[in-house]
Design a protein around this ligand. Sequence first.
Ligand code: SF4
Ligand code: SF4
Length: 68
Amino acid sequence: MAIKIDYSKCCWKDGKCTSCSCGGKCKGCVEACPVGAIKRGKKVEIDKSKCIECGVCIGSCKHGAISI
Ligand code: SF4
Ligand code: SF4
């Protein structure tokens, strides 16, 4: 199993938030991850070497962009 991000649903694109509903503050997944495995650069990325597959980020994403 592995955590996956659906980039068509994720509002963080090209280094910025594109969602009018979160006012540029969407950090749900980044803040939720207990091991700091999620980073946002140009796009959101999960460091698979750190991820413990706990699934917390799935519930944190209000855009339903993360799945396992
Ligand atoms: S599954 Fe858990 S450890 Fe992995 S990226 Fe999501 S919150 Fe972080
Ligand atoms: S919480 Fe969801 S929409 Fe927001 S940055 Fe993370 S994956 Fe993208």
